[in-house]
Design a protein around this ligand. Structure first.
Ligand SMILES: [Zn+2]
Length: 85
């Protein structure tokens, strides 16, 4: 409505979804490899499924640049929506 596009809230998925049965997945362990990369073991909560997956979570790009360091950890800075034209 009156909200700028970047402030609009998408309906939140309450949990990670199992790629097999669509049930929720619980994060069992989270292992920070670097400040920009972590591994997560996720397990399906459906006892009839029980899928366990290692996810790799990577920082993709900067949405709001740091006020402290212009290099922003070497991440790409997301262009503003108007910059496409
Ligand atoms: Zn499942």
């Amino acid at each position: 409505m009156g909200q700028p596009k970047h402030l609009e809230r998408k309906p939140r998925t309450p949990h990670n979804k199992c790629p097999v049965c669509d049930s929720g997945m619980r994060i069992r362990t989270s292992n920070l490899i670097t400040p920009l990369f972590k591994e997560e073991k996720r397990q399906c909560i459906n006892p009839d499924c029980g899928l366990s997956v290692l996810y790799e979570v990577t920082a993709a790009r900067v949405l709001v640049p740091s006020a402290m360091d212009p290099s922003n950890a070497g991440l790409t800075i997301q262009p503003t929506p108007q910059a496409t034209a």
